[in-house]
Design a protein around this ligand. Structure first.
Ligand SMILES: NC(=O)c1ccc[n+]([C@@H]2O[C@H](COP(=O)([O-])OP(=O)(O)OC[C@H]3O[C@@H](n4cnc5c(N)ncnc54)[C@H](OP(=O)(O)O)[C@@H]3O)[C@@H](O)[C@H]2O)c1
Length: 331
């Protein structure tokens, strides 16, 4: 089969030939129709991720058709159009993933290939309102956004929400999911175009986080925020505790801007704030997320679609953060 292989740290992604994977009794073989990039794929290529092994087929996101099933897999999956849950071995505890938790696409070969094998418990039916390209845009980012917003921050209709860095893949899903829930949503971004896109989708407004007074601009726009979804961390994070409403929940799932300095304990305890770490999601989160996408007919924002052999061009675009929404590979 054709697959995109990463052979070394910082090496270009290369189209190569690999044997089609052999499945075990609990697994299925999915013929991938579309896959999508996450920041994780870029970090792995740059060597900035723990436990990297080479050669590796990258890719956590994929949608396709089940073409072969193991003997323990319900027959109904055969020939079904599916989305793959990349969050593997979460375990029994809904609060936190198990020690042997893994994400598809390292250490197991991922979705940037004609075929991938996964356990049948990581399959969901592809929503019928979505194309394969749109469906492939959902799994990792959609799951991360869903758990942060709902399982962790317990977002309610009518609340004020801030999504920082809305150009991010998971942030864009957080925007769409929060709007579908009936929240009033505001965003930050480094790009006027991305703020405009967010407003076109239904956000009430947005500000540029590169402006020195971005937090004051947000306060003037919205008052304060009941829920904040952040994946930047860094120096700006402490200002999020200023603009959170009393009783506010701040969920964080990324650290694009590094360590967080200067947080005031008084602000956290007096305002009864909750700072909630979140990562990917459980199998229950994944099926609830897909049900939410179906119920609200969510259309993922796809920035661009490249042919599989153009994977290197796609990951370079991801590296420059020039995208609005997801970068997809057609396989
Ligand atoms: N824990 C998990 O399960 C999980 C899952 C997914 C992602 N992540 C992490 O979350 C982060 C984003 O991932 P992604 O895949 O969504 O990546 P991405 O699409 O590349 O998004 C990165 C975004 O970060 C935003 N950003 C940069 N500096 C910022 C700042 N000072 N304040 C606010 N936003 C800022 C930018 O937004 P603008 O373009 O709008 O300026 C940029 O588009 C990464 O660190 C990733 O590792 C974690």
């Amino acid at each position: 089969m054709k697959a995109i292989i990463l052979r070394d740290k910082k090496a270009a992604l290369q189209l190569s030939d690999l044997p089609i994977p052999h499945i075990s009794a609990d697994e299925v073989l999915v013929k991938i129709h579309a896959a999508a990039f996450n920041r994780r794929d870029y970090y792995i290529q740059q060597g900035q991720y723990p436990g990297i092994k080479f050669p590796l087929v990258l890719g956590s996101d994929g949608a396709g058709i089940v073409v072969e099933i193991g003997e323990n897999v319900p027959k109904t999956w055969l020939n079904q159009a599916v989305i793959i849950n990349p969050s593997h071995q979460w375990g029994e505890n809904e609060r936190v993933q198990a020690k042997d938790f893994q994400i598809l696409g390292l250490p197991e070969h991922g979705t940037f290939a004609e075929y991938v094998k996964v356990s049948h418990k990581y399959l969901a039916s592809k929503p019928t309102h979505l194309s394969f390209e749109q469906a492939a845009a959902i799994p990792l980012a959609g799951l991360t956004a869903y758990r942060a917003l709902f399982s962790r921050a317990n977002l309610q209709a009518g609340e004020n929400v801030l999504i920082t860095g809305v150009g991010g893949g998971a942030a864009m899903f957080a925007l769409q999911f929060a709007l579908a829930k009936g929240a009033s949503v505001y965003v930050t971004s480094s790009s006027a175009e991305k703020i405009e896109k967010a407003v076109a989708l239904g956000a009430k407004g947005g500000v540029n986080y590169k402006d020195a007074d971005w937090h004051k601009q947000l306060q003037a726009l919205a008052g304060g925020f009941d829920v904040i979804i952040d994946s930047a961390g860094g120096e700006g994070f402490s200002l999020l505790t200023d603009i959170a409403n009393p009783g506010g929940r701040i969920a964080i799932f990324g650290g694009t801007r590094g360590l967080i300095p200067n947080i005031s304990p008084q602000k956290i305890f007096w305002k009864q704030l909750s700072i909630l770490g979140s990562t990917m999601g459980s199998e229950a989160d994944f099926s609830e997320m897909i049900a939410f996408v179906v119920e609200h007919k969510i259309q993922p924002v796809v920035d661009s679609v490249f042919a599989l052999e153009m994977a290197q061009t796609g990951i370079e675009k991801m590296g420059k953060s020039g995208q609005v929404g997801k970068i997809v590979l057609r396989v």
